[in-house]
Design a protein around this ligand. Structure first.
Ligand SMILES: Cc1ncc(COP(=O)(O)O)c(CN[C@@H](CS)C(=O)O)c1O
Length: 408
């Protein structure tokens, strides 16, 4: 079937048997971090019980085994996002580090007064603050593509904002607050027409839909392993090989060098040139296990499950006349819904639903400027993944009625 079996998948996630204050856990905060299947937990245990050693091809067996597993993990992740090979995949601890890596390796060396960085009003702080501060340091200018009332990018504005002075456009493939799926392939064409790079923030897209960096023609793409069944401290930066060959490393040390003399040094091959010091060896291997787990399910099935839950949650919430939902219609978003219940602050709402075992996010979701644009200081957010069910959304809607009883 082209749908996934969430009930069967739940068997892989021991944590979902947790009770919260006597209620069954209803985990709806997957945009923040996903849960971890037994298959990934076993990959972690296997590493630490069978072949934990430092990499870079030490001569003893454990180091050989760890090195090969860590290197091949790069191949698995490359395949997962349609990259050409391990040379285009730098393991990082998360999306934020990947953004900063490009900002400090490319941005610091290439940007100067008169140059422009184009972001969007819906960007996460991981890219917004990074590039905003990089512009402050280098004298470049930061500009923002505005959003429409429905939470889409204003693509006409994008056409006029990107100019021949633009050096990089950085955009979320999927908004973690609005659920909007942005036309990153169109933005790549606009950026490339002006000789600018396109950086795709894939933190909410790589876990929830098929992503092919070649088809998108992205120059960089970043994502986090912990949002896609992997461990915290795992993530990756994709970069086109010809670009990564050109740019200087941001972090120096062991593992990234070829030859070191007192006066100067030369750098290792890709991707190792960008991986200084002892990396998260187990994290990288476990990220690859997470990619294999999701590939076995099928990313098309993951996407259709996400979209089914998104539409259902949108429709159920939209039937409450005291609920304001942010972002596009329910049939045109990824599996998350940010909303506001009239008269109940999101923090109070999340505390009350938590008493019934329901875990949602409340706050600014690291998009404070976007919340300013939306005209609210904070929002509540339910975000879904492969193990969530329509029945769990019914539980959320039911406990919202409990909250109303208390506050109205
Ligand atoms: C679009 C987008 N871009 C970057 C990040 C940062 O991911 P890290 O793994 O923390 O580096 C996130 C993570 N957003 C979490 C934490 S704020 C959320 O609850 O929405 C994201 O959604």
């Amino acid at each position: 079937p082209d749908t996934l079996n969430a009930e069967a998948i739940r068997e892989d996630f021991p944590i979902l048997d947790r009770k919260i204050g006597g209620s069954e856990l209803v985990y709806l905060d997957n945009g923040a971090t996903s849960q971890t299947p037994q298959q990934v937990i076993e990959a972690i245990v296997d590493y630490y019980t069978q072949y934990n050693a430092n990499i870079h091809r030490g001569l003893h067996t454990l180091s050989q085994e760890a090195s090969i597993a860590y290197e091949e993990a790069h191949d698995t992740v490359a395949d997962f996002i349609g990259a050409d090979g391990r040379e285009e995949i730098v393991f990082t601890k998360n999306t934020t580090e990947a953004q900063n890596l490009v900002a400090y390796s490319w941005g610091m060396n290439e940007l100067g007064p008169g140059d422009e960085i184009v972001l969007t009003q819906m960007e996460h702080h991981a890219s917004l603050v990074t590039w905003q501060q990089m512009c402050k340091r280098t004298g470049a200018e930061v500009k923002y593509i505005p959003i429409t009332n429905e939470g889409y990018l204003d693509m006409e504005a994008a056409e006029s904002l990107v100019t021949d002075d633009t050096k990089l456009v950085s955009v979320s493939h999927v908004s973690n607050t609005l659920g909007t799926i942005n036309p990153v392939d169109e933005l790549a064409a606009i950026a490339h027409d002006h000789g600018a790079y396109l950086f795709v923030d894939g933190a909410q897209s790589v876990p929830t839909r098929p992503v092919d960096v070649g088809a998108l023609d992205a120059d960089f793409l970043a994502f986090s392993g912990h949002k896609m069944c992997g461990p915290t401290g795992s993530g990756a930066l994709y970069g086109k090989k010809e670009i990564l060959e050109e740019i200087e490393p941001a972090f120096y040390g062991g593992g990234m060098i070829r030859k070191v003399e007192y006066e100067d040094s030369t750098w290792h091959d890709l991707p190792w040139k960008f991986e200084a010091g002892t990396p998260g060896i187990c994290e990288g291997i476990a990220l690859a296990a997470a990619c294999e787990y999701l590939s076995d399910i099928g990313m098309e099935r993951v996407q259709s499950h996400e979209e089914s839950l998104a539409e259902y949650a949108y429709d159920q919430l939209a039937r409450c006349d005291d609920v304001e939902i942010f972002g596009p219609p329910g049939n045109d978003r990824t599996g998350l819904v940010s909303f506001d219940v009239e008269g109940i602050h999101p923090h109070d709402l999340s505390s009350i639903v938590n008493e019934h075992g329901v875990a949602i996010r409340a706050g600014d979701h690291c998009t404070q400027p976007l919340h300013g644009t939306l005209g609210v200081p904070a929002s509540a957010r339910a975000s879904f993944y492969i193990y969530n069910t329509h029945e769990e959304i019914d539980v959320l809607v039911d406990v919202l009625h409990e909250a109303r009883e208390i506050f109205h």
